[in-house]
Design a protein around this ligand. Structure first.
Ligand code: SAM
Ligand code: SF4
Length: 458
């Protein structure tokens, strides 16, 4: 989870659009699509907010800190807008999109009058119209209704690929109602796009040189298109040029036999699974309404690993959920010890207004949460380091994505989603080549191109 911004094209068209993205990969995907729908209006992406004619903050509501960041960014934008007006520049439009927009529409406009338009995740296709209307009347500042079909149907603009890898949203929303989570309220109910639309978008991407697609959804493995996610993966694997498929984020309850079998049988499906468990304590899992236990989770992991023995596992953890005792927390550490992760995300429980857990008794002290988070992250770091070190001496197929920071260096990803640094020619970008891993660190591994890579890469 990081703040990212779609990259600026080499040539900047007349109107400049700055998009700042908070939160998950689904927001990264949405930001790219917003840039796509605004391109026909003459907007080209810029990296410099101070020069932008239109600033879009694509926000995340998942934790309190994520929402608060938006308000402080709006303060900075207000100053930029004033400086620009004083310098005689054109008017800077300000749009707040994403889940904070959905959850706090009225509140945003009250707290931050600099905002021209607030638009929820299901209304991005209306952006061109809303922006035009806002410019005319500075009216209709709030669009946050739910109708995901409309959104995807209307986002028909050609998708512009940005490199060798791409995200593709196949499912949105959530019906699970974990007691800590705002997603079912901000993104609405589960909705799956039709397979034909997804395949068409994937073909558009591969025609532009994309070799790896990550399928996105808040509950991607609850994908309900015909045949479920496994069928979709098999159909995508048949697309010429598409070498790698990944998917995220999954829920343990929706990990079905067909998807597990796909891990054994579809070589394009990468051996990496992000399967959040949140806690190792059954008492806490029940209070979270996760609908699985630590044991059913571990059994599930065994089944996926039986299908794909080299599977790298990642997950999400929350520490300090209301009522979490030292014993509950130890159960989480035990579970982590059993699973042995290649990576993981961990968070302190954040009280989200309107969610059942925010009203639960036994809210945990911040200092206790801090201490637990540190212990949990130390354990995960140990496992991540060990996982990276275990690749040293192996030869892995690496998909090269871009030049590295140093001259002569290229950067790619292993099947296990590790960043791989190699000295090699830029002609390998977009190709998969074998790399003998020679060294490892916390966030990357390093290697040499295997002799055969110099001959004929895939
Ligand atoms: N649907 C996915 C699942 O159930 O695993 C997760 C989607 S959510 C956007 C990503 C992660 O944010 C969750 O897995 C959870 O660990 C974390 N999260 C959600 N609400 C939270 C809260 N109130 N406090 C702390 N972390 C939270
Ligand atoms: Fe949130 Fe739970 Fe739905 Fe994931 S499954 S998005 S954590 S409510």
């Amino acid at each position: 989870m990081s703040d990212t911004t779609p990259k600026a094209p080499a040539q900047t068209p007349p109107k400049r659009l700055f998009i700042k993205t908070y939160g998950c990969q689904m927001n990264v995907y949405d930001s790219e699509r917003m840039a796509d729908v605004l391109r026909p209006l003459g907007y080209g992406v810029t990296d410099a907010p101070e020069d932008a004619d239109l600033v879009v903050l694509n926000t995340c509501h998942i934790r309190e800190k994520a929402s608060e960041k938006v308000y402080s960014e709006l303060g900075r934008i207000k100053e930029m807008r004033e400086a620009r007006t004083e310098a005689g520049g054109g008017r800077m439009g300000v749009v707040v999109a994403g889940c904070v927009a959905q959850a706090e529409g009225e509140e945003i406009m009250r707290r931050a009058p600099v905002v021209d338009l607030v638009v929820g995740p299901q209304a991005y296709h209306k952006l061109p119209e809303l922006i035009a209307r806002t410019a005319r009347a500075l009216g209709e500042r709030l669009a946050a209704d739910f109708a995901p079909e409309d959104k995807f149907d209307a986002l028909t603009q050609a998708r512009q690929a940005d490199g060798v890898t791409a995200f593709l949203t196949v499912q949105e929303g959530c019906d699970k109602f974990c007691t800590f989570c705002v997603v079912p309220y901000t993104r609405g109910g589960e909705y799956s796009r039709p397979p034909a639309d997804i395949l068409a978008e994937a073909r558009q991407l591969t025609d532009q040189g994309v070799r790896e697609i990550t399928l996105l959804g808040q509950n991607v493995n609850a994908y309900a298109g015909q045949g479920g996610l496994a069928s979709l993966i098999r159909a995508l694997a048949a697309i010429d040029g598409l070498a790698r498929i990944r998917y995220t984020t999954s829920h343990p309850r929706d990990m079905d036999e067909a998807l597990i079998a796909a891990h054994a049988e579809v070589p394009e499906l990468m051996p990496y699974l992000h399967l959040p468990v949140q806690s190792g304590s059954d008492r806490i899992l029940r209070a979270m309404n996760r609908q699985h236990t630590a044991e059913t989770y571990l059994k599930l992991i065994d089944r996926v690993r039986a299908a794909r023995p080299d599977l790298a596992l990642s997950g999400d953890f929350i520490v300090g959920f209301p009522g979490e005792t030292d014993q509950d927390f130890e159960a989480t550490l035990d579970l982590i010890g059993t699973v042995n992760h290649a990576a993981a995300f961990s968070f302190k429980y954040s009280r989200r207004p309107g969610t059942p857990a925010s009203a639960m008794a036994g809210q945990v002290d911040e200092a206790v949460k801090d201490e637990r988070l540190q212990r949990l992250q130390a354990l995960i770091s140990q496992q991540q380091l060990a996982f990276n070190a275990s690749q040293v001496g192996r030869t892995l197929p690496v998909l090269f994505e871009r030049p590295g920071r140093h001259a002569g260096q290229i950067l790619g990803r292993s099947p296990y989603l590790q960043a791989v640094h190699v000295d090699g020619p830029q002609s390998l970008i977009g190709k998969i080549a074998p790399v003998r891993i020679t060294a490892s660190a916390m966030n990357s591994i390093t290697g040499d191109l295997a002799p055969e890579a110099v001959g004929a890469p895939a």
